[in-house]
Design a protein around this ligand. Structure first.
Ligand SMILES: C[S@@+](CC[C@H](N)C(=O)[O-])C[C@H]1O[C@@H](n2cnc3c(N)ncnc32)[C@H](O)[C@@H]1O
Length: 254
């Protein structure tokens, strides 16, 4: 009897200890779901011009990449735009890296539709790209590099250059200015884009814009080209500029 009471007390204590962790995990899941739902709404409404950017990626894969290729999706998220861009191409292997485990779980479901083996890694992309065993013919970064300051962008691109070897390419779709422009001026142009975002209420827009103002670091066109050259790429081209000139897609060839 006494023993049972001690055991029950111990179980209660363990449960009490685990409760804050469970609450924290539940809160994280809710934040993820809300953030991801918002992101899905952005993609669905094409506010960041995913349709055109991923169509450009597909065009390069179909028309410029010679033969079968291995694809590295840096910050793949849920891979919802990448999978249709890759479907039916000569992709032979897909690797996705992202910090978000729930994002990767969604990606795994989508990737089953792709007719090739895939691997998903949870972790920071700059650290992951340091690994010597990583190799790909095409590396892709969609809207995930702009949180990094310039030296960190350069480092990531250098690592991507090594990963794609002597014949590969890196494509990035990121926040950019068409000419010399300060971050403050880019952010003013971002704010001026508000009328297009009709599916977002004022509070939602405010909260998202706060995030952009705090964390986004766009680069002018010339700087993107210089980053490519600093990273060791021989050739850099801008293949797409969004109509609002807030985003550009670059292709860097080794
Ligand atoms: C705006 S989403 C972009 C998703 C997708 N690439 C696209 O084009 O829509 C940004 C993604 O980058 C991931 N991310 C941000 N910083 C990261 C880092 N340092 N390492 C790995 N993933 C990161 C986030 O978890 C998120 O999934």
């Amino acid at each position: 009897m006494k023993e049972r009471k001690i055991r029950e007390r111990a179980v209660r204590a363990l449960r009490a200890e685990a409760a804050p962790r469970r609450q924290m995990a539940r809160a994280k899941t809710m934040v993820f779901r809300q953030d991801w739902d918002n992101y899905r709404r952005i993609v669905r409404n094409n506010y960041l011009f995913h349709r055109e950017a991923y169509a450009t990626l597909r065009k390069v894969l179909e028309e410029e990449v010679q033969g079968p290729f291995r694809f590295l999706d840096i910050a793949c998220g849920d891979a919802s735009a990448t999978v249709p861009a890759l479907a039916g191409t000569a992709v032979t292997h897909y690797r996705g890296i992202d910090l978000s485990e729930p994002g990767l779980a969604l990606a795994a479901k989508r990737l089953r539709k792709l007719n090739c083996p895939y691997e998903l890694e949870a972790g920071d992309f700059t650290g992951a790209l340091r690994r010597r065993d990583l190799a790909a013919d095409v590396a892709w970064i969609g809207l995930s590099l702009h949180h990094l300051r310039r030296p960190a962008k350069r480092l990531l691109m250098r690592r991507a250059r090594r990963v794609v070897g002597e014949t590969g390419r890196l494509l990035v779709y990121e926040n950019a200015s068409p000419g010399p422009e300060s971050r403050a001026a880019w952010l003013r142009r971002w704010d001026a884009d508000r009328p297009r975002w009709r599916a977002f209420g004022d509070d939602e827009w405010e909260s998202m814009s706060r995030h952009v103002h705090a964390r986004d670091y766009p680069e002018p066109h010339e700087t993107w080209l210089a980053l490519g050259s600093d990273a060791g790429f021989r050739r850099a081209r801008c293949l797409y500029a969004s109509p609002n000139e807030l985003f550009r897609l670059y292709c860097f060839e080794a």
